[in-house]
Design a protein around this ligand. Sequence first.
Ligand SMILES: Cc1ncc(COP(=O)(O)O)c(C=O)c1O
Length: 411
Amino acid sequence: MSKTMQKQSINGGSPVRVKPWSAGAFHFKEEIAAVAEALSGPSLPMARGKYVMAYRAMLAKTYGARHVVTTSSGTTAIHVALAAAGVGVGDEVITSPITDYGTVIGIIQLNAVPVFCDVVHGSMAMDAAKIESLMTKRTKVIMPVHIGGYPVDMLTIMKIARKHRVKVVEDCAQSHMTRIGKTYAGCFGDFGAFSTNESKHMKTGEGGFVLCRSKSAALYADLFADKCYHRFPEAPATPAFPALNVRMSDITAAIAIEQLRKLPGWIRRRQAAGLEIECVLSRYPLKSCRRPKEARCSYWWCAFFLDEEERRISAEEFVKMMNAEGIPCWRGGQRLITEWEIFKKLNDNPNYFRNYRPGALRKGAYRLDRWPEAKWAVENIIVIPVNQHTGKSEIRDLDRALKKIFSFISG
Ligand SMILES: Cc1ncc(COP(=O)(O)O)c(C=O)c1O
């Protein structure tokens, strides 16, 4: 611990906040009643149950999407979307290096190659201006990740995708009901893939869904997620291509319907809290993360960094001080996944794994100096978690903690 840190913990006295941060329930009596009702029949349906189909219709209405396929998780939603986008062996998918492993699992399982695009300075969003330099004749899909409720510059990405005739799969796992202008993240590209695991804006234990623009892609996605079985009129009579079983159960859908009913109200509360937090941050030498014009973030977290010109302490020291004051926050939000063991191994030996042979992967493809802005971001961007329970008391305590920390630093 540095001298600064020792002084702060000695002089800091009692922490500003001792109460838990943004605590409260996420599941309610409506979810319990819905599960009880779903279980009240003689048995649960295997596939395409009434709750699953009602949930799909509700999602289509909420997002203004033409077609929706439900899945067992966000990871499988992405896997299904990539398969429906036509990704196969040796194809390249351009995506972000700051994300959850779930973003790239599908790429790897399809024996395709993740190509990581650096992020915009001062944000964790992939930099649309850098995409074209990464494109090759094998590029099949661009997969932006809307990280932490902050949208990526979709208008530029869609222009590039149309110019090069590649598909776009948006990873919206952390960005339910995030918008740019009037359009929701997930509705710009050919596919929008979402997760509803217990950390997300709406929670169903595990779960995911894919918004699909084209009917034929939606049919493929539906079949790919359900053993390619003949369960609807357009389906082939017998399994006709390699597929998975990553269906959503009716129990999950029963919970999801109740969560989706509450989601718009919860998003409004997150947005109010996120904007107020950003207003508080702006009174100190802190900068909120960059985002595209007209972005309406849904604040999975609030992301910011120390003003580089006025910086007197490191992000690491700042986080320790905030935590000592009872304000949860951490650096980088998500990890830089290119630093993970799997990419170190593939960097040294593209044939390291027996079950992963994309063929086209070159040695050195995941050299760690390729993403300097992402490296800067995970070391310097700080995130404070936000949810629908984040309110006046959290915002007041954040302000008090920042006042205490910055007067200590300057004083
Ligand atoms: C950005 C991102 N993509 C994909 C996923 C995968 O979702 P799941 O955990 O539901 O498989 C997550 C989940 O944490 C995520 O945050």
